[in-house]
Design a protein around this ligand. Structure first.
Ligand SMILES: Nc1ncnc2c1ncn2[C@@H]1O[C@H](COP(=O)(O)OP(=O)(O)O)[C@@H](O)[C@H]1O
Ligand SMILES: [Mg+2]
Length: 211
């Protein structure tokens, strides 16, 4: 494995992302950085736990949705080396391609059906891949959406956890894409929630409003 360049790419909410080239392929290192306000020992254990959790969920999620392939994990350094997905965040192109709302809903449903709760669903944590020979087969099978950032996720089959995942998404979705016509309705159309799920989402939203 030949690593080349180590270019700073982005600073996320809890991680630093660096773009690099491994054997001619673009890759990305996601390294969780220490948070000064947390106790150092606790901080390290949180970072390691989230790194391990993210890797585990990425592997499970990969059976039903597209996710970046993992190249290498260094839990001690809280670092994940993964495939770089060329494209844009769903957030940036959703206005031009509103049909992606329905597709996102359907893919989230597929994740929930196998018990993967993402934990931080936003239109920044869903990437829309560009046409690319490396991804062609996967795009044909599971579509253009690539899910990332599973560090706050968990494995659960509980309706409550799935409904919470959707309510979290709904809140940021409506705040970010307030002028998108029927955006959230189309996400839910793709998700195809049953009555129990809709009732639970309502209950969670009411609880949030009155507490
Ligand atoms: N595999 C990837 N390919 C391309 N871009 C990525 C990839 N992983 C992350 N990114 C970019 O880096 C940003 C931050 O990564 P993310 O995993 O969401 O970390 P954080 O937990 O800090 O939000 C993402 O919003 C996305 O723009
Ligand atoms: Mg993120």
């Amino acid at each position: 494995m030949v690593k080349k360049q180590d270019e700073f790419y982005k600073k996320g909410a809890e991680a630093e992302l660096c773009e690099l080239t491994i054997d001619g392929e673009e890759a990305l290192s996601k390294k969780r950085i220490p948070k000064g306000y947390r106790d150092a020992t606790l901080d390290e254990s949180i970072r390691k736990k989230r790194t391990r959790g993210e890797v585990k969920l990425l592997a499970i999620a990969a059976s039903v949705v597209n996710v970046p392939r993992i190249i290498k994990v260094d839990a001690e350094k809280s670092e994940i080396l993964m495939e770089f997905i060329k494209g844009k965040a769903l957030k940036e192109i959703i206005a031009k391609r509103p049909m992606l709302c329905t597709e996102a809903g359907a893919r989230i449903r597929a994740l929930h059906d196998i018990g993967v709760i993402h934990g931080d669903l936003t239109t920044s944590n869903i990437l829309v891949a560009e046409e690319n020979p490396l991804l062609k087969e996967r795009i044909e099978k599971k579509g253009k959406l690539f899910f990332i950032d599973f560090g706050l996720g968990q494995f659960s089959k509980k309706v409550e956890d799935k409904a919470t995942d959707l309510v979290v998404f709904k809140k940021t979705f409506n705040a970010t894409h307030s002028s998108l016509k029927n955006g959230w309705e189309n996400v839910m159309k793709g998700y195809n929630a049953d009555k129990e799920m809709l009732a639970r989402m309502d209950a969670i939203e009411k609880r949030a409003r009155y507490h």
